[in-house]
Ligand binder design. Structure first.
Ligand code: FES
Length: 277
């Protein structure tokens, strides 16, 4: 039995909670109703609204791979009451899930392309299923360049997956931090500067960029300097969301609703709404 209204969340159980960075936890969540679980079809880029009962609801990208139904995964960063309550849940506790919502990265359109995947901080969350989907179908794509930036080395998300990403054929992982520490031997630079330095060719390429607004703004500018056209640059937008159903008008950007028409847009669709650096 599904919920009576689209505003009623499905009940789910927290299976595991793994600390990824000092303020981000990876929650693995299992829908309780077996029929709902079996029918929960999603694609990389889609999101769900998670509720901590008594505290409220917030949107999160689904970071697991679509075939993963036993444990839907969400990267939750502690930024307010709902995220704090979700992070405080223990395995076995109940939470609510509404979704999946929104559009997705059209990976099938990118077959045969060089892929440049650029993420800053928690912006890596929606990119994780993109990267892992590409690696699952590695022969379908050409070179894969991943640029992953964070404030400090401890803030780099998905570190347990770095060895797999680094060793995959035709794949490069470039890590960068804004501020290093005594142990950090890697790059200390802002993501847009790394893009400028590495200068990935725009030829037959698609760049997917997710992160804080300022990082997105400057990274898009660097990509344009390199010759990327707006239809070669894809990003996700964050917005305040309530219904997730295109009904409450909380999440609009121009005439589009981020919850329905997005969160994935190419730059051609949204450049008029982005501030230029
Ligand atoms: S969240 Fe209500 S219209 Fe998008």
């Amino acid at each position: 039995m599904g919920p009576e209204s689209p505003f009623t969340p499905y009940l789910a159980t927290l299976k595991t909670a793994t600390q990824l960075t000092p303020d981000i936890k990876l929650l693995s969540v299992e829908l309780e109703d077996p029929d709902i679980k079996a029918g929960f079809d999603y694609k990389p880029g889609q999101f769900a609204l998670l509720s901590a009962f008594g505290e409220g609801e917030a949107p999160f990208g689904i970071v697991s791979l679509p075939l993963q139904k036993d444990g839907l995964e969400f990267a939750v960063r502690r930024i307010g009451t709902v995220t704090r309550a979700l992070q405080e849940l223990e395995p076995g506790d109940t939470l609510g899930v509404r979704g999946p919502f929104g559009n997705y990265f059209p990976l099938e359109d990118y077959v045969g392309k060089n892929m440049i995947v650029i993420g800053g901080g928690i912006g890596m969350a929606p990119l994780r299923p993109v990267i892992n989907s590409i690696l699952e179908q590695r022969d379908d794509y050409k070179e894969l360049l991943i640029i992953n930036g964070a404030r400090t080395p401890q803030d780099l998300v998905f570190q347990p997956e770095f060895p797999t990403w680094m060793e995959a054929p035709g794949t490069k992982l470039e890590l960068t931090v804004d501020r290093g520490d005594e142990e950090w031997k890697g790059r200390v630079a802002l993501v847009p500067d790394v893009v400028k330095e590495l200068a990935p060719s725009p030829g037959n390429a698609i760049a997917i960029v997710c992160g804080p607004p300022i990082m997105i703004r400057f990274t898009l500018a660097r990509l344009r300097d390199l010759g990327y056209k707006d239809n070669q640059i894809v990003t996700t937008l964050e917005a305040k969301m309530k219904c997730g159903l295109g009904k409450c008008a909380r999440c609009n950007i121009g005439e589009k609703y981020v919850c329905q028409d997005g969160p994935v847009f190419n730059l051609e669709q949204i450049s008029q709404f982005l501030e230029q650096p």
